[in-house]
Design a protein around this ligand. Structure first.
Ligand code: DGJ
Length: 734
């Protein structure tokens, strides 16, 4: 049992392989957080909390004489606004009488086998029958607001998930102004925050800084999880490294506006509150109605690498779903950077022919194939093939591409509409826009109101028709602007604060329906590159286009930053042209291949313009990718360098779970004159096993390679790279 209840001490203890999470129901009914961290034996951790009142902290009415304790200092599992806790709160309400208080006290708890689900929202699922669920019910006695805190425990995965269900069990409406997914407390220590920021073409750049006394917020108000901030944060010991130190991850499984807030209490403890953003949010619960928060995936590990491994494992095996998530992914060619909007059947077929000869498996037709889409000012919403672009029709094109031995995939951007489209002309009210105002534009397009069932029905009909009438095995689901003017004509004024979240629920509902009805189709998520790279989308699309920046050198930081939370198999990565279209940088094809192979691999360049040498190299890369795919996508990932440090190189390594094979990747960002050969200490090997590397290197023990390292030959030129294949010698042990 990974969940235990100690009746006498009123302790609830959750255990995973390497961590313990403990809470206690106190005599007043507060659900206190006692501990989360490395295992500490069968210990009641309540001794760590000494109640006191540090002044100007509210006391519960029951303690008015003693003034001995305050929710303002007490670590809590779900904090509420208005009743004496002045720190970040998890829930804020407006009650029917106008009061803004909710005092949450314990009612009951239940331990059940299996993992809870969250209606309408993606959630980590139980794969091996190991999960257990704890549900703790808290209630505000005055209004009847009832909150069920759910904890999913995955013992061997070292994962604890959390979500809250808020139910109005009273008799009058309650408006939620905030409903977070998690409140997590870290006792006084020296903590750092590691988070992932960026912009279009520069996503998930790691930044690490000490948590000081300012309230820190990592958030997106864009209606999507965004390029700007990723809904994943790590709180770690100031001294934590890749290899050791307390590291806690919190990953929100949500694709809309979010907030992760951190605050030190007056006495130095750190509270993290994370969930749907409360900016512009309100949700009315009539009696009997309920609201489910998205899930937060928590993990504790000793060292950043172990934390990443926990997330990689859970995302690959318990977040991504469907036929494809563990299957070999087809090597694809995407025509976007080859043609942009300048496409014709003839050009597409020429690229496809080359692709087939090189060993590519899937041809993806990107933007520009549908009616009215001559540039990015028109056509979105009209998901019917353009007669001008494809005079013989889409079906004929697909047949010709299939005849070359390639599968066919297609780009769509379902959530969007151009004013210049038949859809908008017929249904202007289907776009988000506020009454009496010109809408804010982004890429000259509007956002469809995905909270509306009629909009979703239209989109389902268009996409399912495409899939039923054509032999399509892949869909790239793009989304190319942030939300604004978030107003739905289908909802009354008092419910407009619900639209942003209902939008996300609508996207999930449509994706759920399509992925269930077309299980053979591989969906790839995309939002102007990696603007919606989150665990929510990964539940429907097992890979996401990582960035619109395809420059291999830039990708080192983008993919390296992404690797803290997300596995290689989820990161769409393509070899593109040199000089690169985003940066103008020239990079060798070998280096572009090495970087893209550490991802859901493909090509995105005009294959008809390649030299014979490049063609030979591409054939070699595809062959190698097939040989190494298990290692690349299923192996354990080690960062051998800090991608955000000003180092002249970036290196990373994959090791098979059984440690019998490993692949080391090295790219020089800047060659230096007269530099000593680079020596790297490898990681994750079996110390006692013997490994063969290449002809020039003697067989070495894992211990030697991990302690003494491997010295690379000198590398010169523009952005050179190297790969080492390590193979454990059969029965070769010391
Ligand atoms: C943004 C995507 O990230 C690109 O790969 C491409 O599909 C364009 N949209 C097409 O408009």
């Amino acid at each position: 049992m990974s969940i235990q209840f100690d009746e006498q001490a009123k302790l609830l203890t959750l255990e995973t392989r390497s961590s313990v999470y403990q809470m206690q129901i106190d005599t007043l009914g507060y659900l206190r957080h006692l501990y989360y961290g490395r295992r500490v034996g069968p210990q009641n951790m309540s001794y760590t909390y000494r109640a006191y009142d540090c002044g100007f902290s509210g006391n519960p009415y029951e303690l008015r004489r003693e003034r001995s304790d305050s929710p303002d200092l007490m670590p809590q599992e779900y904090s509420s606004f208005g009743v004496g806790d002045y720190r970040l709160h998890s829930v804020a309400v407006v009650n029917a009488d106008g009061s803004r208080c909710a005092s949450l006290r314990y009612v009951e708890h239940e331990i059940t086998e299996g993992k809870y689900i969250i209606p309408g929202l993606p959630a980590v699922y139980d794969n091996g029958g190991e999960a257990e669920t704890l549900t703790v019910t808290l209630r505000d006695a005055v209004t009847g607001l009832t909150i069920r805190l759910r904890y999913g425990i995955f013992e061997t995965l070292d994962i604890i998930t959390r979500s809250a269900e808020l139910v109005n069990e009273g008799t009058a409406a309650i408006t939620l102004e905030k409903a977070a997914s998690v409140c997590l407390e870290f006792s006084r220590d020296s903590w750092d925050l590691l988070h992932f920021y960026g912009r279009h073409c520069l996503e998930r750049q790691p930044e690490r800084a000490p948590i000081g006394n300012l309230i820190t917020t990592v958030s997106s108000e864009r209606g999507t999880s965004s390029h700007h901030h990723n809904p994943f944060v790590i709180v770690c010991d100031h001294d934590a490294t890749e290899e050791q130190g307390d590291c806690f991850g919190a990953m929100l499984m949500y694709s809309g506006s979010f907030k992760a807030e951190l605050e030190r209490s007056q006495t130095g403890d750190v509270r993290l509150v994370m969930g749907v953003s409360d900016t512009g949010f309100s949700w009315t619960l009539s009696p009997g109605e309920r609201f489910h928060t998205p899930e937060v995936i928590l993990s504790y590990a000793d060292g950043l690498t172990a934390l990443s491994h926990n997330y990689h494992r859970v995302i690959r095996h318990n977040v991504c779903r469907g036929e494809h998530h563990l299957k070999r992914r087809p090597v694809l060619i995407n025509n976007w950077e080859a043609t942009y909007f300048n496409l014709s059947e003839e050009k597409l077929l020429a690229i496809a022919k080359e692709a087939a000869e090189l060993g590519v498996e899937l041809f993806v037709l990107d933007d520009g194939w549908f009616r009215g889409r001559i540039d990015d000012n028109a056509g979105l919403g009209d998901w019917f093939a353009s007669e001008q672009r494809l005079p013989n029709g889409l079906h004929a094109l697909i047949e010709k591409i299939n005849a070359l031995g390639l599968q066919f995939g297609i780009w769509v951007e379902p959530e969007m509409v151009n004013e210049d489209s038949d859809l908008y002309r017929a249904h202007p009210d289907w776009a988000l826009s506020a009454p009496g105002r010109e809408p804010t534009m982004g890429r000259n397009q509007l956002v469809l109101d995905m909270s509306r069932a009629d909009v979703r029905e239209y989109l389902y009909s268009c996409i399912s028709t495409l899939l039923l009438e054509n032999n399509i095995s892949y869909i790239k689901w793009d989304m190319n602007r942030s939300l604004s003017d978030v107003y739905s004509k289908a909802l009354p004024p008092e419910r407009q604060g619900e639209v942003a979240h209902r939008y996300v629920l609508g996207v999930y509902e449509l994706l759920e329906r399509l992925t269930a009805d077309f299980p053979h189709v591989l969906f790839e998520g995309c939002s102007g590159g990696g603007g919606r790279f989150d665990a929510g989308m990964l539940y429907y699309t097992p890979q996401i286009w990582c960035s619109d920046d395809t420059d291999a050198i830039e990708r080192l930081r983008i993919q390296g930053g992404t690797s803290y939370g997300y596995p290689v198999s989820t990161m769409g990565a393509h070899v593109s042209a040199s000089p690169n279209h985003q940066t103008g940088r020239a990079t060798p094809i070998e280096t572009r291949g090495i970087v893209a192979m550490s991802g859901a691999f493909g090509y995105e360049l005009d294959l008809t313009k390649l030299s014979e040498e490049d063609k030979t190299e591409i054939k070699r890369q595809i062959k190698q990718f097939h040989e190494d795919e298990d290692l690349l996508h299923g192996g354990l990932y080690y960062r051998l360098s800090d991608v955000s440090a000003p180092l002249h190189y970036v290196a990373w390594q994959m090791v098979s779970e059984d440690k019998s094979r490993s692949l080391v990747n090295l790219v020089l960002r800047a060659p230096r004159p007269n530099a000593a050969p680079l020596r790297l200490r490898l990681r994750g090997l079996d110390p006692d096993a013997l490994y063969r590397i290449d002809e020039d290197t003697p067989v070495c023990t894992g211990a030697a390679l991990m302690c003494g390292g491997y010295t690379f030959p000198q590398m010169l030129g523009d952005y050179p790279s190297a790969q080492l294949h390590l193979t454990k010698i059969e029965d070769g042990r010391l």
